[in-house]
Design a protein around this ligand. Sequence first.
Ligand SMILES: [Ca+2]
Ligand SMILES: [Ca+2]
Ligand SMILES: [Ca+2]
Length: 508
Amino acid sequence: LALSFLGLLTACDVPTAVESESISFPGAVYPTDSLYQELQWQYEAIQAPEAWGIVESSDYSGDFSEVVVAVLDSGVLGTHQDLEQNLLFDPVDAGRGYDFVSATQSGDGDGYDPDPTDPGGTYFCNGSSVQTSWHGTHVTGSVAAEHDNVGVVGTGASLITVLPIRGLTDCGGLLTDISNGIRYAADTADELGLSPQRRAQVINMSLGGSFDDPNMYDSVQGAVDKGISVVAASGNTGSEQLIYPAAFDNVIAVGAVDGADTRASYSNWGSALDFVAPGGAADGPPGDPCGPIDACIASTSGPDDDTYAYQAGTSQATPHVAGVIGLLYAYEPNLTQSEVYTILMETAKDLGEPGWDPEYGHGLVQAGEALKYLINVLEGQPIQPMGGGAEPQQSEGGAGIGSIPNGQPQGGRPPQQGAILPPAEPDAYDSTTVIIRISDAAASEAGGADAVASRLVAEYGLAGADGAGTIRTVELASGQSPAEVIQALAADPAVQYAQPNYRYQLIR
Ligand SMILES: [Ca+2]
Ligand SMILES: [Ca+2]
Ligand SMILES: [Ca+2]
């Protein structure tokens, strides 16, 4: 199935202007959840009711299977009335979500543990106090809130189960923790002795940082290589530069639009932007940023099991795309990220300048058309494009199905070499650890990466080296400076790169 799919998508003569659909699809389904009807404008903007109509019709429901979407965020209120049925959550079961936040500022009194619950309360970051935003609970609702006549709905209807992974807090979090979360989601965290009950097929990261971080890139690539789609927020500062990891060519970068399909003023844009989704406006008066209250995104929140809240941002846009992608995997579990990207690109609603543009990417993701496109391809039917027969935009950047055709020219990312020195801001990274990648050649020459890591620890007077394989988190001995250790390690012929253990933030 997957092979013929690839063949069809790469064919030069994919029909572009077939007027009549050979498959007649069922009509839209509109949930009866009370807050959906009042406030959740975003789902019609992404054609979710059309997708739900297909998912729930007797003609098709047997063709869909359940999908796991990992939400790597601030944790979740696992007992929320509108989430609990659609969560892989159990505070004492390490296969049903996990907390990867290191003990410092973790807010739950300890470090790693099997409970991905957002503990709520107040965090103290660098001297200032920050109230919990329930960010992860809100994002989770946009992916998977129940369609049950109560409260809000999520994009995934009944098909998506969220694997909640706590990787950072309202104070931020470390790359090592987030990388462990990505590898847990992808079920490649063997050396931690951790495995999810079911691995994710989509990873949502409504988080980011400002550094071109080779280790984050490697972590994402490990998931993409397993056929997982990784989606991340473009950033909320209105900059024409995307934050990382959204800016990477192996991540699907999502910006935000308001209820009028216009780029939200805060939504970062630029050459690496792939798609937009509803994130809300949030340009109401101070103290009431959601102004006319339905300008923002309504979803699940804390502290109570029946709390709902409005938030706006690219963090809110991203899980809608993760949810649409989840619906595609629910129909065809063997999709790759490249195939997912092509489907979204061919069916997105073009906004702004014709074709790909830096404010909207390929446009507004359309769940109904995306699902119909996938079904048509797999059924061998001609494809009816969106937008009145516009030319497919696959030639943008010259990329084919084998790589993600961002707006920017693709050519792969050169392997990082050498030392990546710490930025000036001391709070931007951890001062007690450094991350290295051991070169494959050195590892095989030494009979394994463990031998190389042991030598490096001894030779450079380090306190230790955690991890497995070629990626290691080096612990500094007391008095060592990260910059000096990074420079020394990067000069060792066995080390491909040495870099700071960067700090990432929730996109708020
Ligand atoms: Ca903990
Ligand atoms: Ca509901
Ligand atoms: Ca456009």
